[in-house]
Each structure stands twice: as structure tokens, then as C-alpha cells.
Design a protein around this ligand. Structure first.
Ligand SMILES: C[S@@+](CC[C@H](N)C(=O)[O-])C[C@H]1O[C@@H](n2cnc3c(N)ncnc32)[C@H](O)[C@@H]1O
Length: 401
């Protein structure tokens, strides 16, 4: 059953929406080609005013959309760090009894004081890889600046859960280990997610075999399209979690059916303004929008218990195995320090091989050997046993140990 009035919505969902996003900024400066707001500055400079923001939050409470069990986001498609008064926005968030998630491409490190911090529940940094080459392909930022900004942001949010959401593309698989290491060293939780083709109109073209050949050719080298195929296969075709359980509001207070369309297309997916329009009419349209029907029928909607393959299986297996081994070691008499150093050596040797025996990775390896004071015999046995090209690598490494 779909609600057609606010009253029916309350009967069906007494705890409101599971998730609500309000775009406090109406644009993003990143160039992400798979995100609907990437490479689009047509709305540049649009920021929500403090008055409008407070009024929207008041409506969210008044309508029972936001409750204690709702997760709230001050971003949908926009980049929140660009808001010139972000700290004020956060203070309003807290004052009005909300907590928010904060996802950022980290192009800017905002000034946030103690009061503003109280509103933030969870920080997420969106990463398209861990090198300048990957950044050139997606965000278009200077990678070194991003690394510095992450460290600065982590200091600001030192006591708040802080994740790196690493978007997996075909071209950045080999950077996963480096990114994970950076996270471990900086107290950041590492979360892998497949990069997806975010724009539903492009997905619809893909399903209908209407995608231009050149575009498909590029995508086929960057995104794991098989993930989309799996999602389509698993889709129920008559339900969308985003329609039922998520509320998306743009910088003007307009309710979108979801955050998966470009600015140019947005006029086709709006359901009315939360500040000025009749809420029953908004609810009716949100839960029966013709575009949602098309999307669901194509198998592109988000399922209820959608087996969301955000992690590649091999990585998930490895993570589980590693945590099992770690737990087993914790309860044994093995010299844990020694073991951990040897594993670090093994990883660095592998990295050196992967980076075609680069000087940079060699210098990291030399520093590590010095740091852990590993005997030459041990280094040799690790290289010969766990190297990808054991003899070649050992022949090269012997010169330096
Ligand atoms: C569109 S962004 C807006 C917020 C902010 N600009 C950011 O980059 O985090 C909202 C969320 O979408 C995710 N995202 C963006 N492009 C994506 C893609 N192609 N595949 C998967 N997730 C993506 C980001 O990680 C972020 O958490």
C-alpha cells in the first residue's frame, strides 16, 4: 500500500523516514563523470540560507518525517564544505535536535567550532582512488592537497566516526592497499564501495541498449558494470527503498523523488516544496511518481533487503579471514610484534613488485627494514616465499640489505 496523505504515511510509517537528505549546497566542484552533480557548475553559488534551513528542519519535525530513528544528511548531491556558513548550519542542526552525517570530497576544510561539532554524527570522505592519476580521471583535484585536507579534517573530527569511502573503479584496484594503509595510519575506517553509474537516466539508456557506443566503451573500462547487472537481476520491480524510506530535499526546499538525476533533468522529478506546498499532494506524488514506475520496471530501484554488493566478494572474504586470524593470534603465545613486522615487510615487498620496483617503494622498504631490524636471512625467506616474482625480487633486493 502506498500512502496518499500525510495521515496515511503516519499509519504506515510511525517512525518517519529512515533517511533524509537536505542539500545545504546546490552544486559540487568535483568533475565526477558518474555522479549527476559532477562537472556541472550551472548552479554554482547556491547555498541554503540559515532561515530556510531552520524552516525546513521545523517542517521535517512537524510532519513526523524526522524521528530518533532517522539518519539525516546535509548533502544529497551538493558538496557541503562549500557552504560559507557551514558552522552556522551545523549549529542550527544541533539546536533543532538533529544530528547529521557529513560526506565530503574534501576539497575544502571548513571551520567548525565546538558547537558545530555537536551536530556531526559521522564523517565520510569520498575517494575515487589513491593517486593523482585516479583523481585526474574522476574528481579532477590535486591529490596531494586532498591527502593534506584529510589529515586536517581528521583533527577537527577526532572523536567522531570517520570513514574513507573508497569508490572502486577498474583503474584504482591496485591503489586499494595504499589507501587502506593510509587509513590505518591515520585512524580512519576504510570502507570499500563500488563506484556506480549514479544517474538513473544513463542507467535507463544502458538497460534499453540506447547508450552511445563511445560512452559505453569508456564506461566498460572504468566502472564494474556487472554490479549493475546483478542489481537489476535481484530487483523486485515493484518496490524502491528510496521511494518508501528516503526523503530527498534540494537547496530550495523542493522534494525530489531521489538524488539520482542531473540538475538539468530535475524539474521532471520534483514533488513540491516542503515549505510552501500542500503536504498531502507532495506525499501522493512522491509515492506514485511516473518516473519511479519506469525506474522500478527497469529493475533500477533500490530493493528492501537488496543484496547490495558494495564490497567485492574477494575483499570481504579476505577481511573476514584476517580478523579471524588476528583473533586467533591474540590468544596464542606467538610473538605478535615480530609477526606483525614480518607481515608489514611482506606487504611492502609486494608493493615494490607491483610498482615495478620503483625507487619510491624501495625507499619505503628500506626504511621499514631498518625500523623493524629484520635480519637479512628473514628478509630473504619472506621474499622467496611470498614474493610474486621471488627470485627476481630477491636478486634486486639483495643489493640493498
Ligand atoms: C553525490 S555525493 C555528495 C556529497 C559530497 N559531495 C561527497 O562527495 O561526498 C553523495 C554520496 O554519493 C557518493 N558517490 C558519489 N559518486 C558516486 C559513485 N559514482 N558511485 C558510488 N557512490 C558515489 C559519495 O561517496 C557520497 O557519499
Amino acid at each position: 500500500m502506498k500512502p496518499t496523505t500525510l495521515k496515511e504515511f503516519h499509519t504506515l510509517y510511525p517512525t518517519g523516514f529512515d533517511s533524509i537528505s537536505v542539500d545545504v549546497v546546490g552544486y559540487c566542484v568535483a568533475k565526477c563523470k558518474y555522479c549527476p552533480s559532477g562537472n556541472d557548475l550551472s548552479n554554482a553559488g547556491s547555498f541554503i540560507s540559515e532561515i530556510k534551513y531552520a524552516a525546513i528542519l521545523a517542517k521535517l519535525k512537524k510532519y513526523g518525517f524526522y524521528t530518533n530513528s532517522t539518519s539525516f544528511h546535509i548533502y544529497g548531491l551538493g558538496e557541503p564544505s562549500l557552504h560559507p556558513k557551514l558552522n552556522e548550519i551545523l549549529k542550527i542542526t544541533h539546536k533543532m535536535g538533529f544530528t547529521t552525517n557529513y560526506s565530503t570530497n574534501i576539497i575544502r576544510v571548513p571551520n567548525i567550532d565546538k558547537e558545530g561539532l555537536k551536530a556531526v554524527k559521522h564523517v565520510i570522505i569520498s575517494m575515487p582512488g589513491f593517486s593523482q592519476e585516479s583523481y585526474d580521471k574522476i574528481h579532477g583535484f590535486k591529490f596531494e592537497l586532498i591527502v593534506q585536507n584529510i589529515k586536517k579534517l581528521k583533527k577537527i573530527f577526532k572523536n567522531i566516526p570517520f570513514d574513507m569511502s573508497y569508490h572502486i573503479y577498474q583503474f584504482n584496484l591496485h591503489e586499494i592497499e595504499k589507501a587502506k594503509k593510509f587509513c590505518d595510519e591515520n585512524g580512519i575506517r576504510f570502507a570499500l564501495n563500488y563506484a556506480v553509474m549514479f544517474d538513473k537516466n544513463r542507467c535507463l539508456d544502458y538497460v534499453a541498449n540506447k547508450m552511445p557506443y563511445e560512452e559505453l566503451k569508456t564506461i566498460s573500462k572504468e566502472i564494474f558494470l556487472g554490479v549493475l547487472d546483478d542489481q537489476i537481476k535481484a530487483s523486485s520491480r515493484n518496490y524502491c527503498d528510496f521511494q518508501e524510506r528516503y526523503l530527498a530535499i534540494n537547496v530550495n526546499g523542493d522534494i525530489r523523488i531521489c538524488n539520482s538525476y542531473t540538475k538539468k533533468y530535475e524539474k521532471n522529478i520534483l514533488c513540491g516544496n516542503i515549505l510552501t506546498d500542500d503536504i498531502d499532494k507532495i506525499i501522493k506524488l512522491k509515492f506514485s511518481h511516473p518516473k519511479c514506475k519506469i525506474c522500478m520496471a527497469a529493475g533500477l530501484s533500490l530493493g528492501k533487503i537488496y543484496d547490495c554488493k558494495v564490497y567485492p566478494d574477494f575483499y570481504y572474504n579476505l577481511m573476514r579471514e584476517n580478523s579471524y586470524i588476528k583473533d586467533a593470534i591474540k590468544n596464542s603465545n606467538i610473538d605478535k610484534n615480530k609477526l606483525s613486522n614480518e607481515i608489514k615487510l611482506m606487504h611492502q615487498i609486494r608493493l615494490w613488485e607491483q610498482e615495478h620496483y620503483s625507487d619510491e617503494e624501495l625507499s619505503q622498504l628500506q626504511s621499514l627494514i631498518k625500523l623493524v631490524s629484520a635480519p637479512t636471512k628473514k628478509i630473504g625467506s619472506i621474499t622467496k616465499k611470498y614474493g610474486r616474482f621471488p627470485m627476481v625480487t630477491w636478486k634486486k633486493l639483495q643489493r640493498y640489505v
